[in-house]
Design a protein around this ligand. Sequence first.
Ligand code: ZN
Length: 177
Amino acid sequence: MSEPVDKPVGSALTKHFVATALIVRNDRILLVHHRKIGLWLPPGGHVEAHEDPVEAMHREVREETGLDVTIVPAADPPVSTDENVRVLPPPHHVQVERIAEGPHDHVDLVYLCEALPGIEKGNAESLGLRWFTLEDLRSPEIVQNVRYYAQKAIEEVAAYHSSQRAKASANSQRGSP
Ligand SMILES: [Zn+2]
């Protein structure tokens, strides 16, 4: 695994900003079998000119899966200090993907999310939708980058819930006489 790069890497290609959702529910992650690309991928797509990346992520998720999601809060979430400054939840990570068409680069803001109640439903872009367990993700059908972050997403959502439970039980003990 290479280190994150914070200096220019020499790509003068056009950059498109895209937003992606790692959607977890019951220790599974939802992937879309993409018709055009032929791969199992987390849902996402281009950020339109009138959107911020969080809005784009929610729209793409609704279009591709029919679901609504919430972003798993960061341990130390940023806060807004000015009326005219909105602070967005930070992405889980940002990755740059080389796209053969063009070619161009996708600067992909990837959000860690949980599915709200509802039944998933595909659209014309997808051949199918499926919830993958950690075990299922070992399938050779899944590319390495998707496998790595999908497994991490399942593990991090489980860790988030156990930390929430620990906090709740610490609070209830504090509250008892
Ligand atoms: Zn693009």
